[in-house]
Ligand binder design. Structure first.
Ligand code: NDP
Length: 337
């Protein structure tokens, strides 16, 4: 096999491959359909770091017994605006899919409602949690805390996970606006890639062994201490997510997830919160015009683009041409089928 050889897969082939790896790892068909859909959409829309290359991690979490492949979440409306789930140690998306219709109905009824879930795993992009709600006409905001890797501003050891958040809102005549980002300056995967390719990072993204901000990916991988985006502002957002993700749901704090490799699985059991808002119940009948106006101001502004719209460009290209997958990764995945 040539070192950098690749193979082009259609999205249907990506879905079938993902499904078969997950079923072999023990997932029931309903669960594997859901997770394979997220893997396929990650490959389709990018960033592809959370697509096929996550499958060995998912498989390992099931075969090691760390995560439950046939989870049956329990969901309870514990307050007029709060739907709470216990994920039965499975993947968050299984619980979220089971709760979605009720969350949408509650949001239409009350103007705002929240879904929160603990005892579950989340490793994927968060936009797949918010986008379906925006497609149903709602504004959505999702957070999940993860595994401690991000140092608070001025600190010397990690407290927060790379704690991502996603926001989505409907946009008349177009796909919803959906953005999705981590709280760290640079994703761990990007640091690993820079180390593998033998170059420095464009700006300091973590601490070296002396506790100093560093552009050296190997030094950062040694400490596993990443910097938040935007200095103290990003650290404050990571704090917010730790509280809204873990503290509200009763999920595991990022500092307490630090031993997850002891389970023989690369997995993270934080806490998830998803807030849904019905803009039609908030009193401004011009909501759609406001969103259109904000987007128009960005689109006509030099090279700026509405955050998250890169996914729509990627989506069109992958639907037309399929996706290119490294032969090395494909060989690994075929070995797990
Ligand atoms: P990126 O920095 O790649 O992108 C962040 C967001 O900004 C995206 O919505 C992206 O959408 C948008 N964007 C990027 N460039 C521009 C631009 N020039 N103008 C406007 N918008 C832009 O994401 P991260 O590295 O921070 O996160 C990667 C993924 O990892 C996310 O999906 C996140 O949810 C996931 N993650 C999951 C974790 C978990 O525990 N489950 C933990 C940490 C991260 P687009 O490029 O499509 O426009």
């Amino acid at each position: 096999m040539a070192e950098n050889s690749t193979e082009t897969l259609s999205l249907d082939e990506v879905r079938a491959l993902a499904n078969s790896v997950l079923v072999t790892a023990g997932m029931n068909p309903a669960g594997s359909d859901l997770i394979a859909d997220i893997v396929t959409k990650s490959e389709r829309d990018g960033p592809r770091s959370h697509g096929l290359r996550m499958l060995p991690v998912y498989a390992q979490s099931f075969t090691s017994g760390y995560a439950n492949p046939s989870a049956s979440p329990t969901i309870e409306r514990i307050a007029p605006g709060v739907l709470r789930a216990d994920g039965d140690n499975g993947y968050y998306q299984i619980a979220a899919a089971a709760a979605r219709a009720e969350l949408v109905a509650m949001t239409h009824e009350q103007g705002i409602a929240a879904f929160t879930c603990a005892n579950c795993h989340h490793l994927a992009g968060l936009r797949f949690d918010t986008e379906p709600l925006a497609e149903a006409g709602l504004v959505a905001f999702a957070v999940v805390n993860s595994l401690s890797m991000v140092v608070p501003q001025g600190g010397v050891r990690p407290v927060f996970g790379t704690n991502p958040m996603s926001f989505a809102c409907p946009r008349v005549g177009k796909q919803p606006v959906v953005w999705d980002q981590a709280s760290s300056m640079v994703a761990l995967m990007d640091i690993r890639m820079a180390a593998a390719e033998g170059h420095d990072l464009p700006r300091p993204a973590g601490l070296d062994t002396e506790g100093q901000p560093s552009v050296d990916p190997n030094a950062i991988l040694e400490t596993r201490s990443l910097l938040p985006f935007g200095e103290h502002k990003g650290a404050a957002i990571a704090f917010l997510i730790e509280v809204m993700g873990a503290a509200l749901s009763g999920g595991t704090l990022s500092v307490d997830n630090a031993d997850r490799e002891a389970h023989g699985a690369l997995n993270i059991k934080g806490g998830n919160t998803l807030i849904a808002i019905d803009p039609k119940r908030f009193g401004n009948t011009g909501f759609d015009d406001y969103v259109a106006r904000i987007c128009a101001e960005i689109e006509g502004n030099g090279d700026a683009r509405v955050p998250g719209d890169g996914r729509l460009r990627n989506r069109a290209a992958s639907e037309a041409n399929g996706v290119s997958v490294s032969a090395e990764l494909l060989a690994q995945l075929r070995g797990l089928q």
